[in-house]
Design a protein around this ligand. Sequence first.
Ligand code: ATP
Ligand code: MG
Length: 361
Amino acid sequence: MNKRVENRLEVRDLHVSFPARRTFPWQAASRVRAVNGVSFAIEPGSIVGLVGESGSGKSTIARTIMGLVQADAGQILLGGMDLCRIGRGARLALRRSRRLQMIWQDPAASLDPRFTVRQSLLAGWGRDDIVARAARARQLIRSVGLPERVWDQRPGQMSGGQNQRVAIARALLGDPAVLVADEPTSALDVSVQAGVGTHLAALAREAGSSCLLVSHDLSFVSNLADQVIVLYLGTVMEQGPALRLMTRPRHPYTAALLGASPQGYLAGEASPRYRLRGELPSPLHPPSGCQFRTRCPFAEARCAEVRPVLRQVDGGGMVACHVSERLAAPLRRMAQGLAPGTSRAHPSSLSPHQTVRTDFE
Ligand SMILES: Nc1ncnc2c1ncn2[C@@H]1O[C@H](COP(=O)(O)OP(=O)(O)OP(=O)(O)O)[C@@H](O)[C@H]1O
Ligand SMILES: [Mg+2]
C-alpha cells in the first residue's frame, strides 16, 4: 500500500458519550453526548482543523482516534482498519508502530524532565536503527527551528515553545500516518504560537501524515489547515475548505467565532470584536432543534422544532442551518467583528477594544 492509501484517516458518523456525574444518588443515570455523528476525512499530507468552544467535543474526537476513549458508534478507518473495532493485540501493535502520534497542549507533561532532547527523541528505538534515527532526529530538530545546542538540554532548561518544538520533532520521527495535535500552542506565549503552528503544519505535510489540528481559535486553525470543522455541543455546524470558511462563513456560529477572534478577519487592524451572546447550554440538556439557536441572532420558530442536517454549499463544504441561504451579508459583517444588523462601519472609526453591541442583545 502507498502512503496515499495507508495514511488516509476517515471518521464516519462518530458518536461518543460519557456517564454524567450525578449531583444526588437518587437521580437517574444519564449520559453526556460529547460527540454526535461527526464525519470527516483527512487526506495524507493535509491538515484538518477542529474548532469549537470549550466542551464542544474536540478533545473527545482526538482521544477517540488515539484509542484513549471508546466510541459508542461509528467508524475510524485507517488503511483498511477500523480503529473502533480492533482488538487489544492490534491496538498494541499500532501503538508500537508509532503510526498514530499525539501532540498535547502542555509539552512539559509529555516530555520526561530527566531526559535530554537526544534521550527523549531516541528512547524506544531499537539498536538497529538508532544511527539512522539519530541523524533524522537532528535534522528534525533543525526543521522545527531549534539550535543544535538543545540536543543535550533537558525540558527545564528550555522555554515552553522550545519544548513543544521538541515534542513535534519526536512525534514526527517515526513518520506517523496520523498526527493529532490537541491545542498544541494554547499553553505557549502568544509571540511563539504562530511559529510553532507553522512548523508543525509544514512538517506534517512533508511527512505525508494525516493531521488533525484541534484549537478553540478559528483564525489560527484556518491559517494552517486545508479543511476546517466547526463543532458546537458535539455536533458539526459547518465544515469545508478553510479559505471558504474564513472568507464566506455560512453558519452564524462560524461567523461569530471569526468575529470574536483577536486575530480575525481584519488581522492587524484595531477592529471591534463581535461578542457571542448568552451562555453555552448544558450538554446534558441540549436545546431542541438546532443546538445553536439559543445564541443565534437569526433563529426562527422552525429552528426550535427541526434539527438542521448538513447540506452541501456553494464554494465547497457543508452547513447545518435552516436560514443560512439569506445570511451572506450579515454573516460577513459578523465575521469582521461587527454587529450583523448594523450598517458597515469602518473599523478605524472605533476605539481598539470597543465591542459593537448587536441589535439582538
Ligand atoms: N472523561 C469524561 N467523563 C465525563 N465527561 C467527559 C469526559 N471527557 C469529556 N467529557 C464531557 O464531554 C464534553 C466534551 O468535552 P471535550 O473535552 O471533548 O471538549 P473540548 O472541545 O475539548 O473542550 P476544551 O476546549 O475545554 O478542551 C464536555 O461536556 C465534557 O464535560
Ligand atoms: Mg479539549
